[in-house]
Design a protein around this ligand. Sequence first.
Ligand code: UTP
Length: 610
Amino acid sequence: MPHPALESASFSPEAQALVHELLDNKQSHLFDDWDPPGECEPEKRAFLEQLLQVDANYPGGLANYLANARRLLTQSREGKNPFEGYRPEQPDAVDLSAMDESYDQMESLGRDHFDRVGIVLVAGGLGERLGHDGIKLDLPVEAILNTTYLAHYAKCLLAMEARMARARPVPFVIMVSEDTHAPTLRALEEHGYYGLRKDQVHILKQELVPALKDNDARLAKEGPYELILKPHGHGDVHMLLQSSGLAARLRAEGIEHLVFIQDTNGQVFNALPAALGVSIEREYDFNSLAVNRVPGEAVGGLARLVKDDHEMTLNIEYNQLDPLLRATLNPDGDVPGPKGFSVFPGNINILVIRLASYIKVLEQSKGIIAEFVNPKYADEARSEFKKPARLETMMQDLPKLLGPEHKVGVTVFHRAWCFSPNKNNVEEAANKHAAGSPPESAATAESDFYLAGRMKAGRAGMDLREEAPQTILGVPFVNGPRLILSPAFAMTLAEVREKISGGRVSGPSTLILDGPDIRLQDVCLEAGAALRVHAAAGAKVTLRGKLSGPPGFALEKLSPEELAAPDTPSALKMRGYRFVDEGVKTLRFESPGEYEVELDTLYTPLPENS
Ligand code: UTP
């Protein structure tokens, strides 16, 4: 006897076929609680529409999702250790954290490759830890110019293009989700794509997957006519690059590497040229950017796992790494090496992937990368879930699908230089700081952004005298010198050295350089002075001399009332401070030409008592 669900003539043939398929696949509970035929027909049709949608979104359809789910749920119930029999070893790593000559070589190699790289930004996350209403990409990286993450990334892409022998737009793939799609598009449209060409931006939207209510992979519902859907994780980016055909198209257009970046890491383009250089020089198919990691630190460790004739280099969550090490290498677990760091560098989820190898893996796997399931069981026998689970994937797990013909490596960078995201709200950031963990908040991301500017200028011989760190709402912040060197000004350390020679910037002074042809010769800023130089293409500007006032940007802490007020912008609340412009000196050079500026002559001191 046919299931009552099939008794209405008003369902499309596709819907009827899918119902049949689901009934054969142990999913009759989806329809058992339906109202009698003829009742609630619109709700039933909407429910079938939802099923058709999830069926279309997943490679191989719902049947494949359910098959994968049953396999993974069985493994999970049996408590199988995914690394059983593997011995962890130090990964093949290039350590560039000292930023010495080898750094420069890699940067130069990477820079020459800018015309063969695409950037993939995963930006579908909800940002629940940050508790910000809008998208994270719309948040300012710093609170002086208030450049948003999206604007900053776009500037970096344009700066890459400006450095190519034959300019071509850098493909910019942005993965969004239902939550971030509309606001991301709005931000792009409202800002004229931040100067990018519309056709260089490729938006891919990740979809939710159905939740599972038990070990039989029966789909979970909310009421009779609604599936429960949940995020599938940032590993979706691989599936979408495959199913959209974009990965193959980019390869056909001459792109050789894709660099995967996150939504709120303003430092990533500091390290990108050198990381690309390492991928090229070492012929890595998969290169993970990493930082030195203290044993026990709550960040995934990158390790080479070896078993018989099989090996793979991948990220192992820190809570899995220590027990694995105790069971194999060392009863003390993860111990410091000679420099005090673990031999397993910390993964920061910035990936450089060689497109030729990637495409083959995508074809074989349909882009479904190492899915896993993580049910919270309600009983010892692992027979019931506390709440519905779902399959998930993480983009860094791609090496699980690579074979012996692939080269997987790691490039280690100075931490603040390559990674300082804004992930946590200020309370959580203060707790993390108190516990000795990186706060990863708006204030620390901003502080590190200025630090990267100081690191660049410092390597060009500029003398930089830092303010002592202070804490604001329990989160550390170094209030200067604040150096904002735009991507147009420099994309590599070599360029900074070419453009800045000597000089000194001290205390809470601010130096903002934006333009491709600005040079500084022994420029000094002191007493909190702020100098902002903007030079259009073709304007060659040389600056010399000293600026010692008036004070530029003053840091003002928010009062408790402002912090509590609902209309205080969340970008300020998550920092606990703002900058007040008390007299930045702005120099604009909009027309091509050669300009020489003596900073000492910019201000005539006021007569006493005036
Ligand atoms: P996060 O670890 O920052 O997670 O993601 P999140 O979901 O954005 O934030 P919380 O955990 O809710 O606080 C790392 C990167 O992966 C993206 C995020 O946008 C971020 O760039 N991401 C995460 C996706 O693109 N899709 C996802 O399903 C999850």
